[in-house]
Ligand binder design. Structure first.
Ligand code: OGA
Ligand code: NI
Length: 357
């Protein structure tokens, strides 16, 4: 059995390599040719990810229907959309980016006091998965839990400095959590289910949330590696705050990789695996990855809205008919997540291995 107590090899923060001024990347980060980002992937094929203005939904105006339809269509066709007028205060968003940039600028030994382990992933880290000899990604991250309160561990697992980091992260998390509540109601309605359906299916008040702050340092050979390998997110819904100025996120659309152009001030929202499961495949959890770049460092902050760990999740019975049988079995999120924690990121292989048809 894979050992989830410790990493199979010593973890080297990518930031420490990048700051050392390397001109070529260590072998461990070199992807096999088929996994490297091709130039072709950067052609945008004239496609743009839908951008949805949530103002109508918040003020209940006639525009709300159009916004809801745009979200439903985006979740079926793209699995991704951007939201503007999302209700999270712009100054809080800026503060959130600011405190985390500052954290990553702190001395290495201070950051390494929070070094994480594969048992919980909480803290400062640089790899996903415990397979010895795996090819690594060109990125570092900080992972922490916000909810449920029973596993939130401020004192041990959240950085103490900068001094405002904990307060800002909590406040930001609270606001984005509310936004997810609104989006989940919209998604429930899009399936003809009652508004609270997804929230209830996720365990109601037991719903979990966590944050992963990603730092992608400058990379001298971006054509040989990736900032983050292809994956779909395992949880419910993801709200990503991407760097306004530095691109990097790519989404798989119609079989090819498409670079996302972030709209300033917007969040990028994506359907994650558990929503695909509950919707029985109507809403799509789509593969995405991050490419590295040689000119600029990139920071992104992913907020994950997840089901309670021990609630069984399966396709909504209301959506099933003899012609539309369940595509996925019912399993808990804790069981599901174990797969990713052992194997690392590998596209949608987890979903595919579970699929009944
Ligand atoms: C993630 C993720 C994308 C990005 O953290 O799950 O997909 O742009 N991040 O950093
Ligand atoms: Ni992701």
């Amino acid at each position: 059995m894979d050992d989830l107590r410790q990493w199979p090899e010593p973890v080297v923060p990518v930031q420490s390599l990048s700051d050392g001024g390397l001109t070529s990347i260590p072998e461990k980060y070199v992807k096999p040719p088929s996994d490297r980002p091709s130039l072709e992937a950067n052609l945008d094929r004239g496609l743009t990810m839908p951008v949805v203005d949530l103002r109508g939904i918040y003020d209940g105006s006639v525009d709300s229907r159009a916004a809801m339809v745009a979200i439903w269509d985006a979740c079926k066709e793209w699995g991704f959309f951007q939201v503007i007028n999302h209700g999270v205060r712009p100054d809080l968003v800026e503060e959130m980016k600011g405190v985390w940039r500052e954290f990553f600028r702190r001395p290495l030994d201070e950051k390494q006091r929070y070094a994480n382990s594969p048992a919980t992933y909480e803290g400062y880290g640089s790899r996903v998965g415990v397979e010895k000899g795996a090819v690594l990604d060109w990125g570092d991250y900080y992972f922490l839990h916000l909810l449920p309160l029973s596993i939130k561990s401020h004192d041990r697992h959240w950085p103490a400095r900068p001094s405002t980091l904990r307060k800002v992260t909590e406040e930001y998390g609270g606001e984005v959590f509310k936004l997810c509540g609104v989006l989940l109601r919209v998604l429930s309605m899009g399936l003809g289910l009652d508004e609270e359906y997804f929230r209830r299916a996720f365990g109601g008040d037991g719903t979990a949330s966590c944050v992963r702050v990603n730092l992608y340092p400058k990379c001298p050979q971006p054509e040989l590696t990736l900032g983050l390998s292809p994956h779909s997110d395992p949880g419910g819904l993801t709200v990503l705050l991407a760097d306004d100025h530095v691109e990097g996120l790519q989404v798989r659309k119609d079989g090819a990789w498409l670079t996302v152009r972030p709209v300033p001030g917007a969040f990028i929202v994506n359907v994650a695996d558990q929503i695909e499961v509950i919707s029985n495949g109507i809403y799509k959890s789509v593969d995405h990855r991050v490419i590295a770049n040689s000119k600029d460092e990139r920071l992104s902050i992913a907020f994950f809205y997840n089901p309670e760990g021990d609630v069984a999740i399966g396709p909504a019975p209301e959506l099933l008919t003899p012609q539309l049988p369940p595509l996925y079995p019912c399993i808990t999120f804790n069981e599901y997540r174990m797969y990713v924690r052992k194997r690392g990121l590998s596209g949608k292989s987890q979903m595919k291995s579970l699929k009944l048809y």
